[in-house]
Design a protein around this ligand. Structure first.
Ligand code: GLU
Length: 430
């Protein structure tokens, strides 16, 4: 296990992805901080991750041979409470990417005002080529290697790209076996039977819907009949599309890694979800025309929801985007250069750290319920989520109007202010 305490930006730079997510996260931070009068040393504490752990994970594969994977856990901040954030399994996972995602978690938790810091984890692997048994062994070994740096009061993981409730159940079980008693609050996003919260699976998509509704109100766009395009059809994209469809919006295009689907009259999303359960991809569904998913971001629509990975809206395609509202279901889908172009063109961007914060908000509810041992109804969960998201949207909007800046800078300013206020109250242990 390699532990680095801070200094990640100086030590590590991504080499295998063109645009560095960490550099983007740092640029967003700098732009907001430049508008605030903050001491340089304080800024330095706020900006950089406080701890990063790298683990090497030898796994016995089904063919009887060992394969060694690299895993990461980055804790960006514990100022407002235990570190919090998901774990992703993807071939492109790097320390750089995980560090950016960890920082975004700190700001996200501050925007919805829940008592957590920010963290993120990841393993560089291709889960599509691995069996369930291999994934279970990988998850258990990763958890065991991180046993000293995670915990209900230390750092609480959750699902992210290519991890789900089953992955969380394995983490909970592994941690509990080491603790010699069941510790449900070690992780959120678990199956309901093992301490999960009702509404958690849908929470990120539900939060995206609430943010879109609020944005439509502000922009005076009727959501009923609005044309929506959703890029990514995983947990976030499919739930968002389904809820938008329920609210009377028209989902004219969806796409995943394999391709896109287009239907100007609106795709029947409940039917598509059933189709994807079997086929694992959207293309092939008979109710819409297939098209090259590279074109999806440029389609004519009122609302565009990037709900896949980072760096998809760049300075290359930002000028071709026709949407009035971009609702960032994914983390980091828009680069700072693209942001500038979108702003000059009057596109209203609901930034990721606000737009997709419904997931971690219900993770917080799950953690609270686990610690109480008393569970809420889905209606209770959804209505508490709704009030938190509406308030967060309003707070960011007011910040943006008061400072004449876009919603992303406003969201960062609000979050930085909230973390800094707690830091000042606690004092710096120097
Ligand atoms: N992975 C999700 C996110 O990026 C959820 C994190 C959590 O619930 O801790 O917000």
């Amino acid at each position: 296990m390699l532990i680095i305490n801070g200094g990640i930006l100086a030590t590590y730079k991504s080499t295998d992805i063109q645009l560095s997510a960490l550099e983007n996260a740092m640029r967003q931070f700098d732009e907001a901080a430049a508008r605030m009068n903050i001491d340089r040393a304080m800024l330095d504490i706020l900006k950089q991750p406080r701890r990063a752990v790298i683990v090497r994970l030898p796994i016995l594969m089904d063919n009887g041979k060992f394969k060694v994977f690299t895993g990461y856990r980055v804790q960006h901040s514990i100022t407002r409470g235990p570190a919090k954030g998901g774990i992703r399994y993807h071939p492109n996972v790097t320390l750089d990417e995980v560090s950016a995602l960890a920082a975004w978690m700190t700001w996200k938790c501050a925007i919805v005002n829940i008592p957590f810091g920010g963290a993120k984890g990841g393993i560089a692997c291709d889960p599509t080529t691995m069996s369930k048994n291999e994934l279970e062994r990988l998850t258990r070994r990763y958890t065991a290697d991180l046993i000293d740096v995670i915990g209900p009061d230390i750092d609480v993981p959750a699902p992210d790209v290519n991890t789900d409730a089953q992955t969380m159940a394995w983490i909970m079980d592994t941690y509990s076996m080491h603790a010699r008693h069941t510790v449900t609050s070690i992780v959120t996003g678990k199956p309901i039977e093992v301490g999960g919260s009702r509404g958690r699976r849908e929470a990120t998509g539900r939060g995206v819907l609430i943010a879109i509704r609020e944005a439509c109100k502000f922009k005076k766009i009727s959501l009923k009949g609005a044309r929506c395009v959703v890029q990514g059809f995983g947990n976030v994209g499919s739930v968002t599309a389904d809820l938008l469809h329920n609210d009377g919006a028209r989902i004219v295009a969806v796409g995943d890694v394999y391709g896109g689907l287009h239907n100007p009259d609106g795709i029947n999303i409940p039917e598509l979800i059933e189709y994807v359960k079997m086929s694992k991809k959207v293309v092939g569904y008979p109710g819409a025309r297939p098209f090259d998913s590279d074109e999806i971001l440029k389609m004519d629509c009122e609302v565009l929801v990037p709900a896949a990975l980072e760096n998809v809206i760049t300075e290359k395609n930002a000028k071709d985007i026709k949407a009035a509202i971009i609702a960032e279901g994914a983390n980091g889908p828009t680069t700072p250069d693209a942001d500038r172009i979108l702003e000059s063109r009057g596109v209203f961007v609901i930034p990721d750290i606000l737009c997709n914060s419904g997931g971690v908000t219900v993770s917080y509810f799950e953690w609270v319920q686990d610690r109480m041992g008393y569970f809420w109804t889905e209606e209770e969960v959804n209505s508490r989520l709704e009030s938190i998201m509406v308030k967060a949207f309003e707070d960011v909007l007011q910040m943006s109007l008061a400072n004449s800046c876009n919603m992303r800078i406003a969201a960062f300013m609000l979050a930085i202010r909230r973390v800094l206020d707690v830091m000042m109250l606690r004092g710096v242990y120097a």
